[in-house]
Design a protein. Structure first.
Ligand code: GLU
Length: 296
């Protein structure tokens, strides 16, 4: 155990209202922070305007309030943080770790590497007559590993699994992988609790933390809620928004989904009382690891 006080966070993208899957991430990160006497911050990942819905950010914050998931401090908005992302990009460029890339998605697909890994076409300079579209980072041959508090040891050889990945997209928007690393460090996050759909991104983020001289937080990747056909519940697949009139009912469902038995009498209490009880009960040893079907 380190002596650094715990700082956790919930980092929704305002692409739509919160749904059951996002409530699980919010509740898990909230309880893990509060159970350790920690702070819990909210960061609005409004990095991708074309995918966002008007008013979704405010709607998410209001929903958190209705659910008594009270956060500490001010909300950080990624839309206000472009200068910090640009500075990080310049640091990487200065170290020879970022380069312009002219390739289209189609060209990369046609190169035929498994999983459409970037074939390295522009690594040593743009081909003649081609203009830069995106900016990529140059990964090396190292194997990144970390121990997830729930999923156990994870390791990845970035070069063969993801290749040189995007830091700034062809449409000029900063990539999630870069922004999340810059902002987790800026907010002093010590512990990240989020859905296991992001487990795959973590090694890229750790790689960038090392290159940008930022600390690596502890990670806990929660099981994700999937539909009966096995696909993830997400705003893109129009998962039902949470019923804001019945916060305790939804919190109880999320707590049970996270492997914690909840006595039926708690279904009637206020969300504040429920969360007090849940904070005292939170035990990561009860968490299921695998994705689970969200019934009902
Ligand atoms: N904004 C991301 C999402 O809503 C989560 C990012 C994170 O927790 O690192 O899926």
């Amino acid at each position: 155990m380190s002596d650094t006080p715990y700082i956790g966070r919930f980092a929704p993208s305002p692409t739509g209202p919160l749904h059951f899957g996002s409530l699980v991430a919010a509740l898990g990160s909230y309880l893990d922070a509060r159970a350790q006497g920690g702070r819990w911050l909210v960061r609005m990942e409004d990095l991708d305007p074309p995918r966002e819905m008007p008013d979704a950010a405010d709607d998410i914050l209001r929903t958190l309030e209705d659910f008594a998931l009270h956060y500490d401090g001010e909300v950080m908005y990624q839309s206000q943080r472009h200068a910090a992302y640009q500075a990080a990009l310049e640091t990487l460029t200065g170290q020879g770790l970022a380069y312009p890339c002219a390739c289209t998605r189609r060209e990369i697909r046609e190169a035929g590497l498994p999983g459409s890994i970037y074939p390295g076409t522009c690594r040593n300079g743009l081909p003649d007559g081609r203009a830069a579209r995106s900016i990529r980072t140059r990964v090396d041959d190292s194997v990144i590993h970390f121990s997830d508090r729930l999923q156990g040891p994870v390791e990845e050889h970035l070069a063969s699994r993801v290749g040189d990945f995007i830091l700034r997209r062809a449409d000029g928007l900063y990539a999630y992988q870069l922004a999340v690393v810059v902002d987790d460090a800026e907010q002093g996050i010590t512990d990240i609790v989020r859905g296991a759909d992001l487990l795959d991104s973590t090694c890229r983020q750790i790689w960038l933390q090392h290159r940008l001289d930022r600390p690596t937080p502890a990670y806990l990747h929660l099981p994700v809620a999937v539909k009966a056909d096995g696909t993830k519940l997400s705003k893109q697949t129009f998962a039902a928004p949470l019923d804001r009139r019945q916060p305790t009912t939804q919190l109880v469902r999320a707590m049970r989904f996270l492997g914690h038995p909840v006595p039926t009498e708690l279904e009637q209490v206020s969300p504040t009382e429920f969360l007090e009880w849940a904070t005292g009960t939170w035990y990561t040893g009860l968490l299921p690891r695998a994705a689970a079907i969200e019934a009902g």
